[in-house]
Ligand binder design. Structure first.
Ligand code: GN1
Ligand code: MG
Length: 356
């Protein structure tokens, strides 16, 4: 039994404690007690998240706020206080732990049907909507400048200039592709700074496997993994969902001819997101295709930066992995450019259906 369990106000005496899920960042356990209560106990990864106390303040205030707004208690995570009334426990080794109620349900890595993808759109859209009045600026940035594409361009240029492994020469065409879109790539950041797009609470890791689905109904219950919840733009969440979930190939597909945007999935997600998030402004809606494109471009640039920098940030499975990832993302950007008018047409059509 992990000693950390005893720091929390649990119901009953713990009788079982097993490794749970397949997260790559935090260490996660499932705990059962003699009263039948079940919990998730997690150790927060301190290498990735430098300030677990402030991270937990974010998570604590956001979940407390959500809990007041949901009817099904499973629809918002419930963190247990420790015996001294905090949302986290620091052990003798300086490791941070947290604990929340386990409410059942399951997660998917890839959608098995259109409906699964639609359910993820509803979940992230509802998350956005429920938090639309939350004072986003009070949240701590767990990873500063995370989706500041302009800042990411600065890092890219800096890395190009340093070129520590002499890799830039061999990827000139890729570099040119990224640099040719620098002006456009800064669009969301400029609109954030001018206030044209509202600052919101964003999730920033809007993949399907961060949505908890009900075992019986297969409907989405709740959004998980709140570590990267930060102040941001709705288009970060929307864009990253499209980049990941509406692509025709895996994020690191070597055969770029297989990579493109699936317009049908794009429409499904757009519909679910708009239905669940009526507070989206007209400007946010107009910029949805741009959100998808910039988030994809930004990740292509992050992968290419890391390749040139010698693969320090993203874990790679083979030497060219980051370059392969970057090229797959660039192909997706290029395909969005080909389908640009169609993307706008879909957004307009869905907006008319959903909003009138
Ligand atoms: C990282 O590790 P994972 O899959 O949760 C990255 C995301 C990228 C994603 C690409 C904190 O997320 O921004 O979109 O890889 N997360 C961080 O697969 O950098
Ligand atoms: Mg994650």
């Amino acid at each position: 039994m992990e000693k950390a369990v005893f720091a929390f106000q649990i119901d009953g005496t713990p009788v079982e404690c097993k490794v749970f899920g397949h997260g790559h960042i935090n260490y996660t356990l499932r705990v059962k007690t003699d009263t039948g209560a079940e919990y998730v106990l997690q150790q927060i990864n301190k290498y990735v998240f430098k300030d677990p106390v402030r991270l937990m303040e974010n998570v604590g205030s956001v979940t407390a706020y959500l809990r007041e707004r949901v009817s099904d208690p499973r629809a918002a995570l419930h963190f247990l206080p420790t015996k001294d009334g905090k949302f986290y426990h620091m052990d003798e080794q300086g490791q941070f732990w947290r604990m929340y109620d386990f409410v059942g349900g399951f997660c998917l890595d890839t959608p098995e049907s259109d409906e699964d993808f639609y359910q993820s759109a509803l979940a992230f859209g509802r998350f956005q909507e429920m938090l639309s009045q939350f004072p986003a600026e009070t949240l701590y940035e767990t990873i500063p400048e995370f989706h500041n594409t302009t800042y990411r361009y600065g890092t890219f240029r800096h890395t190009l200039a340093a070129d520590p492994w002499g890799r830039a020469e061999g990827v000139k065409a890729d570099i040119d592709f990224i640099l040719a879109r620098e002006e456009e790539g800064g669009t969301l950041q400029r609109m954030r700074e001018s206030g044209e797009l509202p600052l919101r609470v964003t999730h920033n890791d809007t993949k399907l496997n961060n949505v908890l689905l009900d075992k019986k109904t297969r409907k989405s219950l709740c959004v998980l993994d709140l570590d990267t919840v930060m102040p941001g733009l709705s288009l970060y969440d929307f864009g990253d969902s499209i980049r990941f979930g509406a692509a025709t190939a895996e994020e690191d597909e070597r055969d770029t001819s297989k990579m493109g945007l699936d317009l049908h999935l794009f429409e499904i997600y757009t519909k679910g997101y708009m239905e669940a998030c009526p507070s989206l402004t007209q400007r946010e809606i107009d910029m949805m295709p741009m959100g998808a494109k910039i988030l994809t471009l930004e990740l292509a640039m992050r992968f290419l930066t890391d390749y040139i920098d010698g693969d320090r940030y993203f874990r790679v499975n083979y030497p060219e992995h980051n370059l392969v990832r970057a090229r797959a993302q660039m192909k997706l950007v290029a395909d969005m450019e080909c389908k640009w008018d169609e993307m706008h047409r879909i957004v307009d059509k869905v907006a008319k259906e959903v909003r009138h």
